[in-house]
Design a protein around this ligand. Sequence first.
Ligand SMILES: *Cc1c(COP(=O)(O)O)cnc(C)c1O
Length: 464
Amino acid sequence: MATTAASTDSRAALPSVDRVLRSEAGAKLVAAHGRALALDAVREVLAELRTERAAASEAGVAADAAARLAELTAPSQKPVFNLTGVVLHTNLGRAPMPPEAAAAAAAAMQSATNLEFDLDSGKRGDRDAHVESWICRLTGAEAATVVNNNAAAVLLVLNTFALRKEVPVSRGELIEIGGAFRMPEIMARAGCRLVEVGTTNRTHLKDYAGAISKKTGMLMKVHPSNYAIAGFTKTVGDAELARLAHEHGLPYAVDLGSGQLVDLAQYGLPHEPTPAEAIAAGADLVTFSGDKLLGGPQCGIVVGKAALMAKLDRNPLKRALRLDKGRLAALEAVLKLYADPERLAERLPTLRLLIREQGEIRAAAERLRPAMTHAVGAGFAVTVAECASQIGSGSLPVDRLASACLAIRAKAKGGGSVERLAAALRALPKPVVGRIEDGALKLDLRCLEDEAGFRANLDGFSLS
Ligand SMILES: *Cc1c(COP(=O)(O)O)cnc(C)c1O
C-alpha cells in the first residue's frame, strides 16, 4: 500500500485499501468486477483523496470506486441511434444485421463448428463452401470466394493476377474510397504497376488497347462508387473490355464496390450495377462488399470463373485475408434472405430502411416532436422538416432519398448551443448521432425503427 507518501493528517482520515475491500460495499465491488479491478479502483480513489487531503469513509471510497468501475467496464463499442441520414455509415458500422444473421453468428462463435471440416467424409473441408453455392445462385457465377472486406478482395485479385505486372486503369476510376483506400496505393501494395489510360472524363477502348503489352497482367474496371462524372463523358462497357482482355489472353476484373444482388429498381430505388450483370457481360472476376448495399456482415466477395478462383485460393494472401466463422455464418443467413425476394424488403434491415417512405418517416417525426421539445427545454425550438438521406458507403452517390427529420434550433433569445446539444445527445445511454446543417441539429428519422427505445432513452437527457 502506498500510504507512506501521505501526510499524517490525511492518513488518519482515510481507511486502508484492505478495510475498504472488506467492508460490505467493498465486498460487492469484488463480487461484481473481480479482486484485481476492485483493488486498482480503490487504490486510485484513495490516492486521489490523499492528494486532495480529503477525508472519506469506507463506504464513500467504495462508492467512488464503483462509479469508476462502471465507467471502465462499460462496453467501448455501444449501439447508437444513427440519425445522421446516411444509411450505410462506415463510421457507424455500415449495415445493421437481420436477427437471423446475428443469431447465426452468435451460435457459430460460441461453439466448435464444421467450418473447414467435411462432415460426410470426415476430411478437411473448405470454409467458403458454406456460402459459395448461395452466392453463385444469386450472381450466376461459376465460383465465389470471400475475404475480410472488399479492399482485401481487390488486393487479392490484383496480387494473384498482376504481381510484378501492369494493370491499365482509366484515369476516371483512380478513386479514393475514404480513409486509406486509394486505388493507386492498393495497386502498389498488391505489387502491380498502374498504367493510367484515357482522361478523367473520357476513356476509349483504343486507350486500353494501346496500353496492353507483354507486361500486362489483367484489365480492370473500377466502379467510381462515391462520385459521379457528368457532362462530356465516355467510359468503355464491360462487354467491350472483356472482349479486348480475352483477345490478349488476359483476365478482366470489375470492382463494383457496393454491388447489389438484386435489381434495386424493383423496390423503387435507383439501379446499381449487379455482379450478375458484370458476369453476363463477360467479366472474369467481380469484387464487391458484403456490408454495403448487400446488407450483410463486413466482408469482400469475389465471384467469377472457377479456374481463376482456384488461383485466388492458392495465393498465401488468401489465408491472411480470410473470413472468420461468425461472419461466414451471418453472411450465409443474409444470402438465404435473398433467395426469397418477395419478403426481402421486410426482412433485410438495410433494404427496409432504404425504401421507407417519406410520409411514414414524417409521421414518426410528428409523434416524437413533443418528447424531444420537452427534453431539450426552453432554449431550443424543435420542428419537423423535410430532408434528404444518403445511401452512404459510396453507393449511388448522387441519389438522395426524400426523408424527414427533427430540426432543432437555438432560440434567438436565451437560446442554447446546438453543438452542446449534439454533444449531450451523444452522451445518452444509447448515444444519438445526428448532423449539424444550416445552424440546426438535424435528426433524420429514416433509420429509427425503435421509437419506444428512443423515447425511453430521452428520459436520461440533461443539458449540463
Ligand atoms: C467501398 C469500395 C471498396 C472498398 O470496400 P470495403 O468493403 O470498404 O473494403 C473498394 N472499391 C470500391 C469501388 C468501393 O466502392
